[in-house]
Every structure is written in structure tokens, then in C-alpha cells.
Design a protein around this ligand. Sequence first.
Ligand code: ATP
Ligand code: MG
Length: 470
Amino acid sequence: MNSLPDVQSKRILIADDEPFYLRTTRDLLRKAGFECECVSDADAAMRALQQSRFDLILSDLNMPGNLRLELLHDGRAKWPHTPVIVITGVPSLPSAIESLRLGIVDYLIKPVKYEDLLAAVRKALIGQQSVPDAAAASGQIRQECLQESPVSGIIGESPCMKELFSVLERVSNSDTNILITGESGTGKEVVAKSIHQRSSRSRHPFQIIDCTAIPEGLFESVLFGHAKGAFTGAIRDQKGLLSECHQGTAFFDEIGELPLMLQAKLLRTVQEQTFTPVGQTALRTFDTRFVCATNRDLAMEVRHGKFRRDLFYRLAVVHIELPPLRDRGADVMLLAHYFLRQLQPNGMHVSGFSDEVEACFLKYAWPGNVRELRNVVERALAFTRTPRIVISDLPASLSQSAADDGAGVGTLKFSGRQSSLKDAERRHLISLLQASGGNVSKAAIEAGVSRQGMHKMLVRYGINASDFRS
Ligand SMILES: Nc1ncnc2c1ncn2[C@@H]1O[C@H](COP(=O)(O)OP(=O)(O)OP(=O)(O)O)[C@@H](O)[C@H]1O
Ligand SMILES: [Mg+2]
């Protein structure tokens, strides 16, 4: 199976003072196709970051020069777009909270299983792909490709996208809580950011809270903060994320994954706009708008008792369902051209796509939606030797789907454009398992999700990975 170049051949800086760990991690990641540079203290890491560009930092916590998390503080301040994964042999609550607050993408505890490490690395690199902003859209992108939509940074002209823009026009500048649902890669985060940008809160923080990234036991501390002495190691008062996005927007991503116990805590907070920091008794008030996203069918989760009905109604005052890419008609090519301009390095002059590629793009079902399209265009740009992208620049799964009209399992083709979300996801999972010979970890890495996330999806769709073992 082809690996997409957007996560392969990326440069990773590994900072750790244990030579054995450094060597084994480097060797494993190199084997997976990444370029690695190793340093054994925080100062050397800062020098390396100054000298060359890295796509990801893997950092130990307890190493020389980092006793007060200097690498995280300085590194995040100077290179805010470079994701950081913390890997520590000495986990502690305060360090985990502080790391999460500084915006690290993952907090792993040694010993880390190879597949977990790889999944975390790939997830961080996928998440790092920048969201197109208005400046990029107006400057570097040619007008005919861009057709900048009324909502900046969201490309689309199809009727369903026009309807979305009109909903966004109406609801963005209010304090209504909004739930955004849609398949993976349909642009839920882009839409959440756009809602914030278009609201009167835009000059205040937009805080992303990934419900899957915060360990259950830390949720309250991270969200509400804690008082000095609240638990061992809490040496000073610490503000929570909600205080930090006062007057701004809190974006709860993957809200469907929030355990029931935490749903109850969140409900009280959303309902009363108050919270109590851990270790304190006084209620604090705050003023934050909640925007949530999930690729689960939350109404169904409510019916099955997995998501609280009262919280659902609080969060989904307005419910925006993003259409899958396969239902957006000609937007596929609009987006493809947009990404072609956006991702093309200076000096490269690829002007478009061959007719065959265009036909293939329009026929393909895009189970990974806009993110998949972006990855395909990025990959094609890395492969192509011609002034236009041709069919051989595409991954086999796509070009096969164009050549072969009889859709077998895994070719991801659908009879109608309004194919169901479930069908698409199910077929995608099956094709991933077929390609990985039933190896769940490999399939998870390929899909850019965690192993646990892949497991959950398999259970949800009643798919047995062992059926695909070769
Ligand atoms: N309409 C759009 N116009 C331009 N870029 C888009 C659009 N929709 C999505 N993208 C791009 O596609 C990628 C995925 O978008 P995003 O992260 O918002 O999806 P998501 O629905 O949150 O996915 P997931 O469910 O996996 O978290 C990003 O690179 C984003 O910039
Ligand atoms: Mg998202």
C-alpha cells in the first residue's frame, strides 16, 4: 500500500538524554521513512531548531536544560506550528497538565509500543497540515482556482456548501452553541474556526480542546485549573483552559468520545457558565461560546444512552452537518486546483490535471473527504514529472477505481452520490484491513488514527480484523 508523502520523509527532532532510547527511537522512525536528528539536552534541541526546519519534535521531559520544561515553553513560543510529542519515563500530573496547556499534541509514557509511537507521530504530522487562511487564499492562490467563498478559508460552490455558508452567515455572530458533525476530513475544524473568526469574539482566543487527548483523570484540572496544593506537585495556582478562553470560543473536538462521567461535569459548566477549580470551593463565572464537533452520529449515541440527552440539547442548539466530499459535485475539482496551487513548492509549474485524473476524482468516493484529496494532491505533486498531474501520479486505489467499473470491495465506489456515510466508512475500513493483512495497528497508521480509535470503529461496524489475516 502506498504511504502518503505528507507524513513520510518528514524531519523529526528527537530530544532525550537516554542514549539507548534515542538510538532505538531513531532507528524505528527511520525505518518508517522519517528523517531523524537526535539531541540529548534542551539547549542542543533549541540550536537544532534554529539551524533547520523540523516537522515534529519528540521530547523527553527530564533531561538537562529542561527541568522547568524550557524546551516546551521556548520551543512552542518560537515555533508554534511545529507539533511536539512528549515522551516521558517519569509521568506526573503537573507536568502533564503544563504540557497539555502548552499545546503538545500527545503525552506518551515510556516504554512506548512501536505502533503507538508511529500512530502518534503520523497523527501529529497529519494534524500539522495548516488550515488555509484568508491571506494564503488571497495572495498565493490564483483567482480562478480559488473562487474565495463568502466564508474565508472554506472552499466550495456546490449547493450544499452555499447553504452551509448561508447558515454560517446567520449563526456565527451570536452566542448560540453549535454542534458540527460530518465524516472525518469534511472540514469540521475549518468551519469551527470560521465561526469564531466571523463572531464578535474573534479578537479573543479560540481554544481547541481535543476530548480524546486529555486523560480522563486530568480533564477537570486542564479545563477548570487547580489551586496550589490541590494535589501532590501542584506548587502554584494554575488557570484552566476555560479561564484562558474567556470571551472567546471553546472548540470541543471529538465531543462524542467524552466519557459519561465527564459529560455530567461539562453539562453543569455549559448550563451555568460556572466552574470550580480543582481544590477550591468558590464558583467562577466565565463567558465562552461552545462549538463542538464529532464524526459520530450523536443523536444515535443519545438514543443508545452513550451520550447525555441534556448535554446534546445544550450543545446542539444549532446543528451543522457537513456534507461528504462525494456529495459536493464539482467542488472536488475546485478544491483539487486550490490544493495544487497551495502545495506547489516555489519553482514548480504544474498547471492542472489530465482529463483522466479529473474523471477519476469525480468518480471516486473520497472516504477520507477533503483531507484525503489534499493528501492525494500533495502526493501527486511529489511524484509527477509532467506539467499536468496524470493518472500514474495517483495512488493505486484511486486509479483502479477509475479504470475498473465493477466495484469490488475496497475500490470505494458507490452507485449513487448520496451514498451513506456508514457504507463509505465500512468499505474504507475493509480496504485498510485488506491492505494490512488484518493488522489493526498498520491499518490505524494508514488511516492516521490511533489503534484504540481503529478498534472502536471496527466494533461499531461489526468488522472482525482476523477475517482479513493473510
Ligand atoms: N472546504 C474546505 N476548503 C478548504 N480546505 C478544506 C475544506 N474542508 C477541509 N479542508 C482541509 O481539509 C483538511 C481536513 O479538515 P478538518 O481538519 O477541518 O476536518 P475534520 O472534519 O475536522 O476532520 P476529523 O474528523 O478527522 O477531525 C484540512 O487540511 C483542511 O484545511
Ligand atoms: Mg477535526
